[in-house]
Write a protein that binds this ligand. Structure first.
Ligand code: AMP
Length: 292
């Protein structure tokens, strides 16, 4: 595995791989690798001859009061995990090389980025989309693998790839969870052991919503009320938002229609740690009432 820090060198390397007809897959992360990231790398390894892993804690997608400075950066451990996962190139630039003097052009994301994470974290999606676009240009990847864990991020990226005719194939993989249902996340290390136990309420909320939908409940307000009650059962949980959206368009809906996939979205503070999670909701086929 080769470690590259310089964007120009990474881009030159990618170009020579392309000239040698290598299929390139990229996995973009902020490091502090865990099972979720390894799941993305496994698919990358299966799909392409060359795997590029990027590790970059992107300052432009963090708000002023967010955890940019304390975000974990265990680089040596990450590099060892990347090597074991079969990564060919580990691209780990610093912020100065990614945003050199005079940098001023940004991706301006649209409607899909306005609600939920976008509303709670102003500027987050523009910063995220900008760095994803840069990493796609630098890695020259044919395929990019993302996790459904960040479902709105994925929707924003898919929209950008279509809108800008980028041509990279986007592959999404399901959420990797711990045994008790908590989605693996670099931020889970912030949780105390008590908070870690309470953090399972996000997944329990998703399971409760699925149960209600399986029983035929279709009013999203009622489903969200029940999910809220489950989450509030944890004493240190504070809900940032809950929502149910069309899984493709991310549009909100009052009623679940049959033959449509929806996504329950959750952002919850457990103490001072903000966690996000989501899950697909699949309404029952409508009962067809025979004509009298
Ligand atoms: P991050 O390092 O948190 O920015 O995440 C990098 C990529 O890994 C994104 O595509 C995430 O959606 C994905 N990812 C993070 N956690 C998980 C998880 N638990 N399951 C699946 N994918 C994940």
């Amino acid at each position: 595995m080769q470690i590259i820090n310089d964007p120009a060198q990474m881009q030159k390397t990618a170009e020579s791989l392309r000239l040698r007809h290598q299929l390139i897959a990229v996995v973009m992360t902020m490091g502090a690798l865990h099972e979720g990231h390894l799941g993305l790398l496994k698919i990358a390894r299966e799909k392409a001859g060359t795997v590029i892993l990027t590790i970059f804690v992107n300052p432009r997608q963090f708000g002023p009061d967010e955890d940019f400075h304390r975000y974990p950066r265990p680089f040596e451990k990450d590099a060892a995990m990347a090597k074991a996962a079969g990564v060919d190139y580990l691209f780990a630039p610093d912020a100065d090389s990614m945003y050199s003097e005079g940098f001023q052009t940004q991706v301006n994301t649209g409607d899909v980025a306005n609600r939920f994470e976008g509303e709670k974290r102003p500027g987050h999606f523009n910063g995220m989309a900008t760095v994803v676009l840069k990493l796609l240009m630098i890695s020259k990847a044919h395929i990019a693998i993302f996790g459904e864990k960040d479902a709105q991020q994925l929707a924003v990226i898919k929209r950008m790839v279509r809108d800008f005719n980028i041509g990279t194939r986007i592959i999404e993989i399901p959420i990797v969870r711990n045994e008790d249902g908590l989605a693996t996340s670099s931020r889970n290390i912030y949780l105390s052991s008590q908070e870690r136990q309470q953090a399972t309420v996000l997944y329990q909320g998703i399971l409760r919503a699925r149960e209600l939908v399986a029983q035929g409940m279709i009013e999203t307000e009622k489903i969200l009320e029940e999910v809220t009650a489950v989450i509030r059962s944890a004493p240190d949980a504070t809900i940032d938002y809950t929502g149910i959206v069309d899984a493709d368009s991310f549009a909100e809906t009052d009623i679940l229609h049959p033959n449509t996939l929806y996504r329950l979205l959750l952002a919850v503070w457990i103490g001072s740690t903000r966690l996000i999670d989501n899950g697909i909701l699949e309404p029952l086929e409508q009962n067809t009432v025979p004509d009298a």
